[in-house]
Design a protein. Structure first.
Length: 206
């Protein structure tokens, strides 16, 4: 059994419902492009969850003229089948499983079309295979760290510019965002609301 701490950004008005009934997982649709397939998403860092929530809520308020407020929930996740794709050997295992499923689809005459849907084709392809591998191997939690060069949460003066004598890329550095995708509510054993950031809450996988 592995214990994981995750942070989920949401609207304040959703908190009571989540604390009472848990998270709702959207029904999978063809053409979806979720990071790690369908599930309940968390960041490993409070600050990322807070930034994501504030960004989403602000855009929603501007678009619909509402006045929602962002907040962050801190959750304890416990599961036995956890695949951390940041490990090169687990990522290799994922690819081997994906290849086996792809061969099975070919044998069954299944034709996959990723030309329609949200986002980039690569995102739809990744979402599909994440779901397929998770289902085939009963993966309860899947983790991966995505890399971004110019995230909006960093002041533009720190972004990578051609005139910068020592850009981050020249030092082999980039911004990383660890995503945690949980397949079912039953693996989330505790949820707490966080109103203000506290240093001790910036936790990692235990």
């Amino acid at each position: 059994m592995q214990k994981i701490v995750g942070y989920h950004g949401t609207k304040v008005r959703n908190v009571d419902s989540i604390l009472k009934d848990g998270f709702k997982i959207a029904t999978p649709k063809e053409g979806d492009n979720h990071w790690l397939g369908h599930g309940i998403y968390f960041y490993s860092d409070y600050e990322l969850a807070n930034w994501w929530a504030k960004t989403k809520v602000s855009k929603h308020n501007d678009k619909y003229g509402e006045n929602d407020v962002a907040t962050v929930l801190r959750a304890i996740i416990e599961a036995e089948s956890v695949w951390d794709l940041d490990s090169p050997f687990v990522l290799k295992q994922f690819k081997e499983c994906q290849k086996e499923l792809e061969e099975q689809f070919v044998e069954q005459g299944v034709v996959l079309d990723f030309s329609q849907g949200r986002g980039k084709p690569s995102e739809r392809i990744r979402c599909f295979w994440m779901d397929a591998v998770k289902q085939a191997h009963n993966i309860q939690v899947i983790i991966y760290t995505f890399t971004r060069n110019n995230p909006s949460y960093v002041d533009s003066k720190y972004h990578i510019h051609s005139e910068d004598e020592y850009p981050l890329a020249s030092m082999g550095l980039a911004y990383h965002e660890k995503q945690i995708c949980v397949t079912e509510n039953s693996f989330i054993v505790d949820i707490n609301s966080i109103d203000d950031y506290v240093e001790e809450f910036d936790e990692v996988i235990i």
